[in-house]
Design a protein around this ligand. Structure first.
Ligand SMILES: O=C1O[C@H](COP(=O)(O)O)[C@@H](O)[C@H](O)[C@H]1O
Length: 256
């Protein structure tokens, strides 16, 4: 597991464009070695800005979008097309603007009347169907896994002191009683979130500053779930000045 690297941008817009450039470069690098890129998307305000910046970048044409496999780290368990779904946001901001292969886009199931547990199991089966012999526990090894962080330190849909934090025996879990609406969600678990070469936390805003400081200061998984996710090769904390405002200078790289 890698130790965190902190990179700070001036503001949310600068952060979104910097992450978009990094995202395009990373995918080009993976594809240049002949592999299909495995990407995990997140939800939230800054994520949407990153997706829009990728879609608007002329450099997006360097990516063979049909050879990118898209997954989600968590989802709000709502009907298909609901504007609050992370899938809907990513489709509107990015996926509908590039030539993806629909068979390689793997949204978490929408609420169609099945239970959230059934939906979580179905997603685990979908991950296992794509995982290869070199992957562990039925989860593809992701090239980039993007995550937001809540003001309470939640990551994906793993909330502080919530029972879903304890689930280590499967890659996907149904979350009930989420403190942030909607109450029912689906999330990758810690073991699955730990199957990424690169984990990128993308965080903006002063309301996240305390959670960021605690995550980078060795807080425990029950209190600050984001502290417990690390990439196999790299863990990047990509922040704007507001989100970085409480972290000590010695753990910040120079501003980009
Ligand atoms: O509910 C969620 O919130 C977090 C953070 O969202 P933000 O708008 O505060 O940046 C997000 O990472 C997660 O995927 C989403 O389901």
């Amino acid at each position: 597991m890698s130790s965190p690297t902190v990179l700070v941008n001036r503001d949310a817009e600068g952060l979104a464009h910097a992450v978009a450039a990094r995202f395009i470069t990373r995918l080009v690098d993976v594809q240049s070695s002949g592999e299909i890129a495995q990407v995990v998307l997140t939800g939230g305000r800054v994520a949407a800005a990153v997706y829009r910046a990728v879609a608007e970048s002329p450099a997006r044409s360097a990516i063979d979008w049909g050879r990118v496999e898209f997954w989600w780290g968590d989802e709000r368990f709502l009907p298909d097309g609901d504007p609050e779904r992370n899938e809907t946001q990513a489709r509107e901001a990015l996926l509908s603007h590039v030539e993806v292969d629909p068979a390689r886009v793997h949204p978490m199931p929408a609420d169609t009347g099945q239970t959230a547990e059934e939906a979580a199991d179905a997603y685990a089966a979908e991950l296992a169907a794509v995982a290869g012999p070199g992957d562990r526990d039925g989860v593809p090894t992701f090239d980039v896994l993007m995550l937001g962080v809540g003001p309470d330190g939640h990551v994906a849909s793993l909330f502080p002191e919530h029972p879903a934090l304890q689930v280590d025996d499967r890659p996907v879990v149904a979350v009930h009683g989420s403190p942030k609406p909607p109450p029912t969600r689906i999330s990758l678990t810690f073991p699955a979130l730990s199957r990424a070469h690169e984990v990128w936390f993308v965080v903006s805003g002063e309301d996240k500053a305390k959670a960021v400081r605690l995550a980078l200061s060795g807080a425990g998984r029950p209190q600050i779930p984001a502290a417990a996710v690390k990439g196999l090769s790299r863990t990047l904390w990509l922040l704007d000045e507001s989100a970085a405002s409480e972290i000590p200078d010695n753990i910040r790289a120079p501003r980009t």
